[in-house]
Design a protein around this ligand. Structure first.
Ligand code: ADP
Ligand code: ADP
Ligand code: ZN
Length: 213
């Protein structure tokens, strides 16, 4: 199953991806996680990307497309994958389409988690992420079982550097200007399903599983 989770920053893509990994036994491919790992490893690509991420701007398409090309070629993607946070521009969507055509695979479904901008700030400022596995929690809406400890791997939870009210504004602007046009792109491909992302985490999971059945 080749899936994509779509939505504004903080819509719940990473949170829902965790359930799909378990259900379908396919990897989550989060370009944000891959970029943060590159930053942690002080690679040239990471240092370049960091400037954009800290400002809440999108990292250039050429960097992102290169990341995805390499990642989809890895053996764990053979049975499928969950794209999370990619594509974010029409150029990325076009590149993905061409790449998947070369690989003779197709996208089964794009699940869009719809959450209005007014709710996004609260989601992002209360977000805590695992320093090791990237799992996402929320101090109020989706707390970890033990404070500041990841439910999945036991590592420490941290606040992402770009998770502040200032950056959220530019990230939402980038979303509306550059990413939202993909709604038409995937609707025209006949694979776009919209879900109400404002429901509780477990209700969104139920709707998502139903949409994929
Ligand atoms: P969120 O979903 O909360 O916005 P992500 O982890 O997906 O967070 O992305 C964090 C940042 O990484 C983005 O603001 C952007 O700078 C960069 N980024 C991640 N994925 C992409 C992408 N597909 N294209 C361009 N930039 C990206
Ligand atoms: P994205 O990957 O789309 O940027 P996340 O999955 O990291 O978003 O979720 C953003 C924040 O909102 C996290 O703190 C997460 O725990 C919380 N969250 C996710 N889904 C819901 C939901 N359905 N209701 C309330 N909070 C949620
Ligand atoms: Zn973890």
């Amino acid at each position: 199953m080749n899936l994509m989770l779509f939505g504004a920053p903080g819509a719940g893509k990473g949170t829902q991806a965790k359930f799909l990994i378990e259900k379908y036994n396919i990897p989550q491919i989060s370009t944000g996680d891959i970029l943060r790992e590159a930053i942690a490893n002080n690679t040239e690509m990471g240092l370049e990307a960091k400037k954009f991420m800290d400002e809440g701007k999108l990292v250039p398409d050429s960097t992102i497309i290169g990341i995805i090309k390499d990642r989809l070629a890895e053996s764990d993607c053979k049975e499928g994958f969950i794209l999370d946070g990619f594509p974010r521009t029409l150029a990325q969507a076009q590149a993905l389409k061409e790449l998947m055509a070369t690989m003779q695979i197709s996208l089964d479904r794009v699940i869009s988690l719809n959450v209005p901008d007014e709710l996004i700030v609260g989601r992002i400022t209360g977000r805590r992420v695992c320093s090791k596995c990237g799992a996402s929690f929320h101090v109020e809406f989706n707390p970890s079982k033990e404070e500041n400890v990841c439910d999945y791997c036991g590592s420490e939870l941290i606040i992402r550097k770009d998770d502040n009210a200032q950056t959220v504004k530019s990230r939402l602007e980038a979303y509306h200007a550059q990413t939202a046009p993909l709604i038409d792109f995937y609707t025209n491909m006949g694979v776009f399903t919209e879900l109400d992302g404002t429901k509780d985490v477990s209700d969104v999971t139920k709707d998502m599983i139903a949409a994929l059945a």
